[in-house]
Ligand binder design. Structure first.
Ligand SMILES: Nc1ncnc2c1ncn2[C@@H]1O[C@H](COP(=O)(O)OP(=O)(O)OP(=O)(O)O)[C@@H](O)[C@H]1O
Ligand SMILES: [Mg+2]
Length: 429
């Protein structure tokens, strides 16, 4: 049974849980999620601010707003929703429903909602959790109670992992797959203020550190060399911080050893990253090894970047066919055509390419030696080298698609909205 309130003297089992909160050592650290709270009372503002300052919340990004559910619904008309929204409401249960409907309409897929209310009522609690609200707490809540609620939502290892893995691979070497991966990761971090880890699996030659203008001394090699030590704290130490929300697990890019791996070598690294970060970008080298194959088969999203030529077409067809057959219940492979329109180069037409693969590209990126060359030489992303370039918008769009935020804003409906719609349907039936 989940907590309805943290102090409930009518229910001994709940009292037992409340008592355990007196021992904060039991509360696990919260992963790298973004949390926004909309508070209706100054008391809750103080509690959330105190919670944000606790060591268990050091990895999370917390923003506190005032104004309750209505303010939240208004705010997310124009902004992407974070991993977790906490809303406080002093409304009566019937008004609460209507306000939550408005919030549900603007929630992106994957966003969880915790409601803090005034009414201690089991029916209300059940109704809200059935509607897709992750937890309902009765005010007043204390700081450790809030942290524990969040930790319980995200730290449970038996639940769905927090993060989605997004694998990027090229149809041939040098087509720009890594460049697409890095720019998309950067767009996710900047546009959604949501944490991203880029893992560079091209251990010998990977360019992620160069692209992000970093010079890390540790990275992915240390992670695979010490599997017994690999947990979120150790991984933290191996990450190079590139911006507020973007970290890099860099390739050593040295040749003093060779990099022959087993199919399962990277499993734990990916598991640990995925448990602690909402998006993990896997920048894969263009090769066909047991571990590359496994990563592609297991990824939540796959982006295949190609140039519009025959070898890319053949290779992309092989990759797409294999993944289609093996991943019948997953989102389709996302095809990106890069370096299109290179002067004097004969190209396969985009429509013909799409027809041969039975897959429409989600983006076509023109060849632009000046822009990409400048960005690469300066260790910048395309949007940093030229914010006005339409190619920067293309990366924003790919970021929306691979994180499940692709629907236009007026149709933005996440899990909560879908649930509410179903329930509404049942009610009217
Ligand atoms: N649209 C483009 N126009 C011009 N240059 C580009 C474009 N896209 C990528 N490049 C350049 O192509 C080169 C290869 O890019 P990148 O390293 O991302 O490719 P890759 O597919 O990851 O290669 P690898 O097979 O080495 O992993 C880089 O120098 C990059 O700046
Ligand atoms: Mg690459």
């Amino acid at each position: 049974m989940t907590d309805l309130a943290f102090q409930d003297h009518d229910h001994p089992e709940r009292e037992a849980r409340a008592a355990s909160l007196d021992r904060p050592a039991d509360v696990r650290p919260v992963p790298r999620i973004s949390i926004q709270a909309f508070c209706d009372t100054p008391e809750l503002v103080a509690v959330i601010e105190a919670a944000a300052g606790d060591r268990r919340m050091a990895r999370a990004h917390v923003k506190v707003h005032t104004g309750g559910i209505a303010a939240a619904a208004e705010f997310y008309q124009a902004a992407a929703t974070p991993n977790l929204i906490i809303v406080e409401s002093r409304l009566a249960p019937d008004r609460l429903d209507a306000e939550l409907d408005r919030l549900a309409d603007v929630c992106d897929a994957g966003t969880k909602v915790v409601v803090i209310g005034q009414v201690n009522d089991v029916e209300l609690y059940r109704g809200l959790t059935h509607r897709g609200v992750s937890e309902y707490l009765v005010a007043p809540v204390d700081m450790m109670g809030i942290i524990k609620t969040i930790a319980d939502l995200y730290v449970d290892r038996t639940a769905q992992p927090l993060g989605r893995t997004i694998a990027f691979v090229g149809g041939k070497g040098g087509v720009g797959s890594s460049m697409v991966a890095h720019n998309v990761a950067w767009a996710i971090a900047r546009n959604f203020e949501s944490d991203v880890v880029v893992a560079d699996f091209d251990l010998a030659f990977g360019t992620a550190a160069l692209d992000f203008n970093q010079d890390p001394t540790q990275g992915i090699a240390e992670a695979v060399n010490a599997p017994e030590r690999l947990d979120d704290t150790f991984l933290d130490r191996l990450l190079a911080r590139c911006s507020d929300h973007l970290s890099l697990l860099a390739a050593p890019a040295t040749l003093d050893r060779t990099y022959d791996f087993q199919e399962t070598t990277f499993d734990q690294t990916i598991d640990v990253a995925q448990a602690g970060v909402p998006a993990v970008v896997l920048d894969l080298p263009h090769m066909w090894t047991s571990w590359v194959r496994k990563m592609l088969l297991a990824a939540d999203e796959i982006v295949v970047t190609v140039e519009p030529d025959l070898a890319n077409l053949r290779n992309a067809k092989n990759i797409v066919d294999l993944l289609r057959q093996a991943r019948t219940n997953d989102s389709p492979v996302r095809l990106v055509v890069n370096k299109s329109g290179l002067t004097k180069r004969p190209e396969i037409k985009i429509d013909d390419f799409a027809a041969a693969l039975d897959l429409k590209p989600i983006a076509v990126i023109p060849f632009d030696a000046q822009l990409f060359g400048t960005a690469a030489n300066n260790g910048q992303m395309i949007a940093e080298a030229n914010a006005k370039s339409p190619i920067a918008d293309t990366f924003d769009q790919i970021a929306r698609i691979v994180t499940g935020r692709a629907e236009p804003r007026h149709q933005k409906r996440g899990a909560l909205a879908a649930m509410l719609a179903r329930l509404r349907g049942k009610k009217s039936a």
